[in-house]
Design a binder for this molecule. Structure first.
Ligand code: FES
Ligand SMILES: [Fe+2]
Length: 425
């Protein structure tokens, strides 16, 4: 196991090899994706007993399903016999999963309930109770969003999220009835390391001016030409999490600027309900914001939630979901879906801008010469402030405080033998 601490400098320098090194990648699968809480889907995707939907935890294919008594489970999508997948569908409803190789069959609570030839070929000697599906160590939901971890000893989801939940409420707790995801997930593979997506959405206000300049000129968004704002801050809620969009004065609202008029009006009209639910301080934020919860769960006022699934050090499989208030009018939901597709879908204008940059940045770690020069995330170092009213450390808009936090947390978790060796904040 490599000591990753030396790869991330305390002054905001990052060794580029963390994006390309194959042995570090294997260590990541174990240390990060094998232990952290990971997003699996939304409760509304599996409303009834025996509903299931496919997901990933790192590179592990997983089924999020409800058993016949409606209890949620996250199972490794692997038959315990030879290892075939027990389910090839993306979503559905089934009382059991029969493996298509030799026919072992598992109930939706994970038990091995059918073995062809159990009497004749196994002589009833196979202990079926030992050969049920592999199940996640813990599963829990936060206001409709379902997360799981392989690690039984990981802190609870609530502790893992910490202050990040306060900010996430601006997406998932705006209205009575909660949220739902529409249709299913957009899924596609891009040529970059997964950490670039997490990094970017955790706090990269800085890139929007240049990277997304063309779509602003084309009138697809109404974002500002520059992003040096006094009334907005990036927020670091701790634990490697990052949020951008905190509001401390009158004026500009990035969520509204990115929205189509129907969406902007809807958010404006529902502000009184938001204030009733979440209080004046959060209602004043107005904005849903953009954020990454460590390691690979992101949200955005697209409106979307998404996961950056690792596929080797040089590839990332994005799973992106359109998330809306359940009680929003259909016209608003339709507009949100369209808005997300044209901005951050697989062919989205903003998405294409981002992907190309991350691809090049990743490949610098492969260049013999470039890899000797560290990546720089020093912006705003030493200019962090504590807010009286908002949870987390505030930094200027823009700054790279959240990226420093993300990479430091990564290095810490990569090196830590157990959760006892990982900071609680
Ligand atoms: S691999 Fe599933 S029954 Fe043999
Ligand atoms: Fe971007």
């Amino acid at each position: 196991m490599q000591n990753t601490r030396q790869l991330i400098g305390s002054s905001g320098l990052v060794d580029r090899r963390i994006f390309t090194d194959a042995s570090l990648y294997q260590q990541e699968l174990e240390q990060v994706f094998g232990r952290c809480w990971l997003f699996l889907g939304h409760e509304t995707q599996v409303p009834k007993p025996n509903d299931f939907v496919a997901a990933y935890m790192g590179e592990d294919p997983v089924l999020l399903c409800r058993d016949s008594k409606s209890k949620l489970h996250a199972f490794l999508n692997m038959c315990r016999h030879r290892g075939n997948r027990i389910c090839r569908a993306d979503a559905g409803n089934a009382p059991s999963f029969m493996c298509t190789y030799h026919g072992w069959t598992f109930s939706t609570d994970g038990k091995l309930v059918g073995v062809p030839g159990y009497k004749e070929a196994y002589f009833e000697e196979l202990d079926r109770s030992q050969w049920g599906l592999v199940e996640a160590g813990q599963i829990d939901a936060y206001k409709g969003l379902v997360f799981a971890t392989w690690d039984k000893k990981a802190p609870s989801l609530k502790d893992y999220m910490g202050d990040m939940a306060w900010w996430l409420d601006l997406l998932v707790d705006r209205r009575d009835g909660g949220t739902e995801v529409l249709v299913g997930a957009h899924r596609w593979v891009i040529d970059c390391n997964w950490k670039f997506g997490s990094d970017n959405f955790s706090g990269d206000v800085y890139h929007t001016t240049v990277t997304h300049g063309s779509i602003r000129m084309a009138g697809i968004t109404r974002t500002r030409v520059t992003h040096y704002e006094q009334d907005r801050h990036t927020v670091n809620p701790g634990k490697g999490n990052g949020y951008m969009g905190a509001y401390v004065g009158p004026g500009y609202n990035p969520s509204m600027a990115m929205a189509q008029p129907v969406m902007a009006k809807y958010w404006q009209d529902t502000l009184p309900e938001l204030e009733k639910r979440l209080g004046e301080i959060r209602a004043k934020q107005g904005s849903i914001g953009v954020a990454t919860m460590f390691p690979n769960f992101t949200w955005h006022p697209g409106p979307m939630v998404r996961v950056w699934n690792p596929r080797g050090p040089l590839k990332t499989e994005i799973w992106s979901y359109c998330i809306v208030d359940k009680n929003a009018p259909q016209e608003v939901k339709d507009e949100m879906r369209k808005n997300l597709t044209i901005t951050f879908g697989p062919g989205g204008a903003m998405e294409a801008d981002d992907m190309n940059n991350w691809n090049q940045c990743t490949m610098s770690g492969k260049s013999m010469t470039a890899a000797k020069y560290p990546m720089n995330v020093q912006m705003g170092l030493g200019h962090e402030t504590k807010s009286e009213t908002l949870p987390g450390v505030l930094s200027p808009w823009p700054s790279e405080t959240n990226q420093r936090s993300f990479y430091n947390r990564w290095a810490e978790i990569m090196a830590a033998p157990s959760w006892n060796d990982i900071a609680k904040t």
